[in-house]
Design a protein around this ligand. Structure first.
Ligand code: NAD
Length: 265
């Protein structure tokens, strides 16, 4: 069987920690290209896994003709890079947030449809075993109806995660567009819709920059949601949980409460 030729654009933390090792461990995949504005980052992966290093994304698509591309760049490039991959005939795994506005997201879907390729968004929280188990229990009906929820994701901020630390694009509004809400809140917005099999009907929120200096993206968001079914709940995203992160969800149901990912705190 021919291997699936995969190329990566954006050789920062998420590609280094998740995308690249997982492709490398898959016997059906050949990593053919790595692209980053900082050539040394792309070269490091090419030396380790084979394939070629690029700083020019269009050139990588043209030369390597990948079957699939992982888009792991700053948020504002997700839509143009996903659309370019689809137009080059490649399936796309684009990191979250899918896009930075609705029109771009719709254009991505249209590009995938037009070119007959898959478009997948890296909403990996759906795949976490506690979340899968919770969904299975909900679907069994044992808990009865969900009446309300609280879902939250917080840590000390991207300076402890991004390849560029405090100088990261995560803090530049023109590249990130959103802060904690686009980074962590988007995981919980997706998770709660998926878990409850419901859509958000109404939302109210306070979204602020409380503590990070030198940035105008939000570092905290607290939202109140009403779902189409009538369930109400809260969603919190934070980059200022310096002394103890949180990635947890509680569902209060007719027959009990499900505490998901709350232990250890
Ligand atoms: N699914 C998850 O749980 C998860 C976790 C972390 C990050 N992410 C997402 O992954 C994406 C990347 O985040 P990260 O944490 O790897 O960031 P990072 O700062 O560690 O890395 C970003 C990389 O992109 C490169 N880059 C910037 N502009 C580029 C361009 N025009 N062409 C090619 N490369 C370019 C930078 O040089 C850097 O190496 C973000 O959208 C983020 O939201 C998802």
């Amino acid at each position: 069987m021919n291997k699936i030729k995969v190329a990566i654009v954006g050789c920062g933390s998420i590609s280094k920690k998740r995308h690249i090792p997982e492709y490398a461990a898959n016997p059906n995949v050949e990593l053919v290209g790595f692209c980053d504005l900082i050539l040394a980052r792309a070269e490091g992966h090419a030396q380790e896994h084979g394939g070629r290093a690029y700083t020019n994304y269009e050139e990588m698509l043209r030369v390597e003709k990948p079957d699939a591309v992982s888009v792991c760049t700053p948020n504002v490039l997700h839509a143009p890079y996903a659309i370019a991959a689809a137009n080059a005939g490649a399936h796309v795994l684009v990191e979250k947030p899918m896009a930075t506005n609705e029109a771009d997201a719709l254009a991505m879907i249209e590009a995938a449809r037009k070119n007959g390729v898959f478009l997948m968004v890296g909403q990996n929280q759906r795949l976490m075993p506690p979340h899968q188990k919770a969904k299975e229990i909900l679907q069994s009906g044992k808990m009865g109806k969900v009446l309300s929820f609280r879902t939250s994701f917080g840590h000390g901020g991207p300076e402890g995660w991004s390849m560029d630390g405090r100088d990261s694009w995560f803090f530049r509004k023109e590249e990130a567009i959103m802060g904690a809400m686009g980074d962590l809140g988007v995981h919980k917005s997706d998770l709660i819709r998926w878990m409850l099999d419901d859509e958000v009907a109404e939302v109210a929120a306070f979204v602020s920059t409380l503590h990070k200096a030198g940035t105008d993206v939000d570092d905290n968001a607290t939202c109140v949601l009403r779902m189409k079914s009538g369930i109400i709940g809260t969603l919190v995203a934070s980059w200022t949980y310096y002394k103890g992160g949180d990635n947890s969800t509680i569902l209060w149901c007719e027959n009990g409460a499900m505490h998901i990912g709350t232990h250890p705190v």
